[in-house]
Design a protein around this ligand. Structure first.
Ligand code: COA
Length: 170
C-alpha cells in the first residue's frame, strides 16, 4: 500500500484499480455530489473508468486524490488531495467524505495535512481551493485550514468562492 502521509487520526494512500467499489459508494450518494458538478455514479464500470482515466494519471506528478482511512480501524471514509488543473494552470485542493464521516473534523484534518504535504514535501508555490457558495461545510474547511479568500464568481457555470494559499518557504 502506498501511504502518502499520516495525520493524528487518519492515513492517506494512493487509490488502485481495486478501489472501484469505494469510489462507486462515494459517488453514488446524491448528497455527496450535490455541489461538485459531477453526476451520481450508477455502475462499477463507471467507477473503474474514473480511477483509470482521472485518479491514477495524477499520481505521475506526485499529486492526486488520495484515499482517506481511519487509523484506528482502517475504515475508508473518502478522499482528499491535490489535482493539477491544466485549463487554469493551478493545483486544486479537494476533499470528499462519506456522510457517516461528516462533522468530525476529518476533512479539516486531512486538508490541513494535504496543504502541508504540498508545500513541505512537493514544494508547490500556490494551492487553490474552490467551493460552491452554498457549500458551507466546504467553505468552513477552507477557512479553518487558513486559506485566504480571493473572490466569488461564476466558474464552469457554478457560483463559487475561491481561496488560495501560498508557500511561505518559497
Ligand atoms: C465538505 C466536506 C468534506 C466537509 O466534511 P466534514 O468532515 O463535515 O468537515 P469538518 O468536520 O472537518 O468541518 C466542517 C465544518 O463545517 C461545519 N458544517 C458542516 N456541515 C455544515 C452545514 N450544512 N452548514 C453549516 N456548517 C456546516 C462543521 O460544523 C464544521 O465547522 P466547525 O468546526 O466550525 O463546527 C463534506 O461535507 C463532504 O464530503 N461533502 C460532499 C463533497 C463536497 O462537497 N466536497 C467539497 C467540494 S468543494
Amino acid at each position: 500500500m502506498d501511504i502518502i502521509f499520516q495525520t493524528p487520526r487518519l492515513f492517506l494512500r494512493q487509490f488502485t484499480e481495486a478501489d472501484a467499489p469505494l469510489i462507486l459508494e462515494l459517488n453514488s450518494d446524491p448528497e455527496i455530489v450535490k455541489y461538485v458538478h459531477e453526476p451520481t455514479l450508477k455502475t462499477a464500470e463507471q467507477a473503474e473508468k474514473i480511477i483509470k482515466d482521472i485518479i491514477l494519471p495524477q499520481y505521475k506528478k506526485n499529486l492526486g486524490r488520495w484515499a482517506i482511512h481511519i487509523k484506528e480501524n482502517n475504515e475508508f471514509i473518502g478522499w482528499c488531495g491535490l489535482k493539477y488543473l491544466p485549463e487554469r494552470d493551478e493545483i486544486d485542493l479537494g476533499y470528499r467524505l462519506m456522510q457517516k464521516a461528516w462533522g468530525k473534523g476529518y476533512a479539516t484534518e486531512a486538508a490541513k495535512h494535504t496543504l502541508d504535504h504540498g508545500f513541505k514535501v512537493l514544494n508547490l508555490k500556490l494551492i487553490t481551493g474552490r467551493a460552491h457558495i452554498e457549500n458551507i461545510a466546504s467553505i468552513k474547511v477552507l477557512e479553518k485550514i487558513g486559506m485566504d479568500f480571493i473572490s466569488e464568481g461564476i466558474i464552469d457555470d457554478c457560483p463559487v468562492r475561491t481561496y488560495t494559499k501560498s508557500n511561505h518557504n518559497s
